[in-house]
Design a protein around this ligand. Structure first.
Ligand code: DGL
Length: 261
């Protein structure tokens, strides 16, 4: 158990936003980062197909890496499959990532909150339930973006992103109702924090961009406090790409995050 890694899972590079925070809280742990790039983007998949794809993949991942815990650092996957994963692999702890609707509802002053996510996350019953449970007094706008996760992937690899495209994707988040206007945008896709500076730059007015990465990492530690123990990591953190194809640029990027690929 002491040497068992934390498995961090996403469809692409988005989970790295969570890995950054997790490293700070668990400096003595080894991490295995799994990017299911063969199946990217998850946001456009039909629900039944994506569900069985992820369940099958986890059977292999748990067998191969024997992690202490798995962090599903992906809203699109978590809102669909977190309960099914717990059911299928009882005894293995899973930490999910779901839209930060509760903290947004607690924090908003104007009562106008937007949730920016993939088309998959936006249409999930799980997301709708979070709104009725925690944000019934707010006006919550769900904004599904087909392109943003891909733009974040491009930005991380090429260091360049089309700002006009980012602006167009975030635009529907901004609502004015009389004196009131949107004051919080929930970043409900782990890819999006990588574009936060571009979003701030192209936003029609300043808002609070809610990134749940730190809260997710804290949740993992609260579930298994021993994850935060120890100092020296034995072994190297590793990145795994399900496509099996990794080019020079991606390898360098992963090395930049301290991951051998
Ligand atoms: N990073 C994923 C999320 O948090 C989604 C990206 C994708 O569409 O695959 O929702």
């Amino acid at each position: 158990m002491r040497d068992a890694p934390v498995l961090m899972f996403d469809s692409g590079v988005g989970g790295l936003t969570v890995l950054r925070e997790a490293r700070v809280l668990m400096p003595g742990r080894r991490f295995v980062y799994v990017a299911d790039d063969k199946a990217f983007p998850y946001g456009n998949w039909e629900e039944p197909a994506l569900k069985s794809h992820i369940l099958d993949l986890f059977a292999t991942l748990l067998e191969t890496y024997r992690p202490a815990v798995s962090v599903i650092a992906c809203n699109t996957a978590s809102t669909l499959v977190i309960d099914a994963l717990r059911e299928r692999f009882p005894g293995h702890p899973f930490v999910g990532t779901v839209p930060a609707i509760k903290p947004a509802a607690e924090r908003t002053a104007s009562g106008l909150v937007s949730v920016l996510a993939t088309p998959g996350t936006v249409k999930r019953q799980y997301t709708r339930d979070l709104i009725s449970k925690w944000a019934s007094k707010c006006h919550v706008r769900l904004v599904g973006s087909v392109a943003l996760a891909g733009l974040a992937e491009t930005y991380m690899r090429d260091g360049f992103v089309d700002e006009a495209a980012v602006r167009a994707e975030i635009e529907p988040c901004f609502i004015e109702q009389g004196e009131r206007r949107t004051d919080i945008v929930v970043l409900a896709c782990t890819h999006y924090p990588f574009l936060a500076n571009r979003m701030r730059k192209t936003a029609p007015w300043p808002v609070d961009w809610l990134d749940p990465a730190e809260a997710i990492a804290r949740r993992a530690v609260s579930l298994l406090p021993e994850l935060a123990e120890g100092e020296g990591v034995s072994g190297v953190d590793q990145a795994v790409f399900t496509s099996g194809k990794i080019n020079y640029v991606t390898r360098r990027m992963m090395q930049g995050f301290g991951l051998a690929a």
